[in-house]
Design a protein around this ligand. Structure first.
Ligand code: UT7
Length: 331
C-alpha cells in the first residue's frame, strides 16, 4: 500500500441563466438543428455581467467541501483559463471566500485538460506529504472570451464549475486516483487560442477573442483522448471491458461517440451531459462526474476513467474506483 490522493467529496455549479440554441439562432447565422446534430448541445448556462470564474469556482468549491463534510483543506488548486484577472491567480480569492485564507492556493492553466492536470498536481502534493487535503476546482467562463459574432465557438461553449476534495489515503481504497497520464504538443498552440493579452502579442489590434480551428481539433481530440485512456488503463491493469464509466471532457457528442468506438467501449458507458451544459472547459469533467453521480449513473465501486483534451495542445487521464460519497449538485 502507498500514500495516495483519494476523492472524498464532489460538488458542481452552473450559473442560473440558460441560453438555448434557438436564442443563439435569433442572433447568429445558425440553427437549433445544426447545433444539435453537429455538437449534441441543446442549451448551456452563461454568467451575467458581474459574475466571474472566481464566483463559479467558489460555489462549486463550497459544495465539494459540503459533500466531503469538512470546512478545511490544506490547499486550493484551481484549473482555469479564464481567470478573474490576468494577474494574480484566482485561487487565492476563491480560498478567501471559502474561509480558507492562509492556505496555499494557485491556478493551473491547461484549458480543457485543466482539471486532470490539477488533479495530478494535487495528487503529487498529497503523495509527497506537502498536503493532507486539497480542494481541486475546475471553473471557466468562456462566454466572457468568445467573440459574440463567431458562430463556430459561441454555440459550443458554456460556463460552469466543478470541484473535488482530495484526502490522503491508501492507493487500494475506493476513490484513490491512479494511473495518471499527461501529455502536450505545443506545435498546436494556434489551434485553440486567445492570441492577445499575454506577453507575446501586445499590439493594440491583436485578436483578443478566443479562436478554435474546430475541424483540426476534432481529429486530435479523438486520437489523444483514446490514446490517453489506453495508457491509464495499462497503468492500472484494466482493459476496456473492466471500465464501468468513461467520464470525458464534454467537447462534442460526436467526439465522445468516436472515442467510445475507438476504445471498443459501448457509448452507454460514456458519461454525457453536454446536451445541457455545452463545453464548460475546465469545469467539464467534474460537472459530468457530478451529473452522473446525482443521476445514479455513477455508483460506488464503479471503475471510472477521466480523460481530457484541449488547448496547448494538452491531454490527460486518470483512473479510480468510485467512492461512496454524495455529490452536491442541483442541475
Ligand atoms: O474543448 C477543447 C477541444 N475542443 C474540441 O474538441 C472541439 C472540436 N471541434 C468541434 O466540436 C467541431 O469542429 C465544431 C462543433 C466546432 C464545428 O463542427 P464541424 O462539423 O467540425 O464544422 P466545420 O468547422 O467543419 O464547418 C462545417 C460548416 C462550415 O460551413 P461551410 O464552409 O461548409 O459552408 C461552417 O462555416 O459548418 C459551418 N458552421 C456552422 N453552421 C451553422 C460552423 N459553425 C456553424 C454554426 N451554425 N454554429
Amino acid at each position: 500500500m502507498g500514500r495516495s490522493a483519494v476523492v472524498a467529496g464532489l460538488g458542481a455549479w452552473t450559473p442560473p441563466r440558460v441560453v438555448t440554441n434557438d436564442m443563439l439562432a435569433a442572433e447568429l447565422d445558425t440553427s437549433d438543428e445544426w447545433i444539435r446534430t453537429r455538437t449534441g448541445i441543446d442549451r448551456r448556462h452563461v454568467v451575467d455581467p458581474g459574475t466571474s470564474t472566481g464566483h463559479l469556482a467558489t460555489e462549486a468549491g463550497r459544495r465539494a467541501l459540503e459533500s466531503a463534510g469538512t470546512a478545511r483543506v490544506d490547499l486550493v488548486v484551481l484549473a482555469t483559463s479564464t481567470p478573474d484577472r490576468p494577474c494574480p491567480a484566482t485561487a487565492p480569492v476563491v480560498a478567501a471566500r471559502l474561509g480558507l485564507a492562509g492556505v496555499g492556493a494557485f491556478d493551473v492553466a491547461a484549458v480543457c485538460t485543466g482539471f486532470v492536470y490539477a488533479l495530478a498536481t494535487a495528487a503529487g502534493l498529497i503523495g509527497t506529504s506537502v498536503a493532507d487535503s486539497v480542494l481541486v476546482i475546475g471553473a471557466d467562463t468562456f462566454s466572457t472570451i468568445t467573440d459574440p459574432a463567431d458562430r463556430t465557438t459561441r454555440v459550443v461553449f458554456g460556463d460552469g464549475a466543478g470541484a473535488v476534495v482530495l484526502r490522503a489515503g491508501d492507493d487500494e481504497q475506493p476513490g484513490a486516483l491512479r494511473g495518471f497520464d499527461l501529455g502536450s504538443d505545443g506545435n498546436g498552440v494556434d489551434l485553440i487560442t486567445v492570441a492577445a493579452g499575454g506577453s507575446e502579442h501586445r499590439e493594440a489590434d491583436a485578436d483578443g477573442w478566443f479562436r478554435m480551428a474546430g475541424a483540426q481539433v476534432f481529429a486530435q481530440a479523438v486520437r489523444r483522448m483514446s490514446e490517453s485512456v489506453r495508457t491509464s488503463l495499462t497503468r492500472v491493469g484494466w482493459t476496456g471491458d473492466d471500465v464501468d464509466l468513461v467520464v470525458p471532457h464534454q467537447a462534442n457528442v460526436r467526439i465522445l461517440d468516436a472515442c467510445a468506438r475507438d476504445l471498443g467501449i459501448p457509448t452507454e458507458r460514456v458519461a454525457k451531459n453536454i446536451d445541457r451544459v455545452g463545453n464548460t472547459v475546465a469545469g467539464s469533467i467534474p460537472l459530468a462526474l457530478a451529473d452522473a453521480a446525482t443521476r445514479g449513473v455513477l455508483k460506488p465501486d464503479a471503475r471510472v476513467v477521466l480523460t481530457g483534451f484541449g488547448g496547448g495542445l494538452t491531454w490527460g487521464s486518470t483512473a479510480l474506483t468510485w467512492p461512496d460519497i454524495t455529490a452536491a449538485y442541483d442541475d
